[in-house]
Design a protein around this ligand. Structure first.
Ligand code: AMP
Length: 150
C-alpha cells in the first residue's frame, strides 16, 4: 500500500459533553485535523437542560441571547472550543435532543467522515466505553475515533 492510498479525512466532527476530559479531545482533534488539513465541526447535544416547547433535533442559535443562564453557559463553552479550533460559527452546532441520535444524524447531514468522541464522559465514568460512545460507534455513518480517556 502506498502513502497516497491512505484514507484522508476531509471533515471531522468533534462531539463534546464539556466533561473534565474535553481538553484532551480538543487537542487530539486539533492534531488530527492538522494532519489531514481537514475541516472541523463541533457539536454539543443539550441533554441536561430542560428545553420546553421545542422538539428533539432543534438547532439552537449560538448568537441569539436568551434569559436562560444555563443555556448561555453551554453556548459560551461551545464557542470557546470553537475559537480554540478555529471553527467557523456555522460549523458550531448546539442541538437539543439525544446525543447518540443527533450526533449520527448531524454526521450524515454534514458529510462527516470522522467523528471524534471520548471513550467515556458524563454518562460512562465507570465504563471502558460510555453509552454515548458505544451508541455512536454502532450507528455512525462514518469512521469513529473513541479517544481513550483515563
Ligand atoms: P459517554 O459515553 O456519554 O460517557 O460519553 C462519551 C463521549 O461521547 C464524550 O466524551 C463525548 O465525546 C460524547 N458525548 C457524550 N454526551 C454528549 C453530548 N451531550 N453532546 C456531545 N457529545 C457527547
Amino acid at each position: 500500500m502506498t502513502r497516497q492510498s491512505v484514507t484522508m479525512y476531509k471533515h471531522i466532527l468533534l462531539a463534546v459533553d464539556f466533561s473534565s476530559d474535553t481538553d484532551c479531545l480538543v487537542k487530539r482533534t486539533f492534531d488530527i485535523g492538522s494532519e489531514f488539513a481537514a475541516k472541523i465541526s463541533i457539536v454539543h447535544i443539550l441533554d441536561n437542560i430542560p428545553m420546553p416547547d421545542i422538539s428533539y433535533g432543534t438547532i439552537i442559535a449560538l448568537n441569539d441571547e436568551t434569559d436562560n443562564a444555563l443555556l448561555e453557559q453551554e453556548k459560551a463553552k461551545l464557542n470557546e472550543i470553537g475559537e480554540r479550533l478555529n471553527v467557523p460559527d456555522e460549523q458550531r452546532w448546539l442541538i437539543w435532543g439525544s446525543p447518540k441520535e443527533e450526533i449520527c444524524a448531524l454526521a450524515e447531514q454534514e458529510n462527516i467522515d470522522l467523528i471524534i468522541v471520548g471513550s467515556h464522559g458524563r454518562h460512562g465514568l465507570a465504563l471502558l466505553l460510555g453509552s454515548t460512545a458505544n451508541d455512536v460507534l454502532h450507528h455512525a455513518p462514518c469512521d469513529v475515533l473513541a479517544v481513550r480517556l483515563k
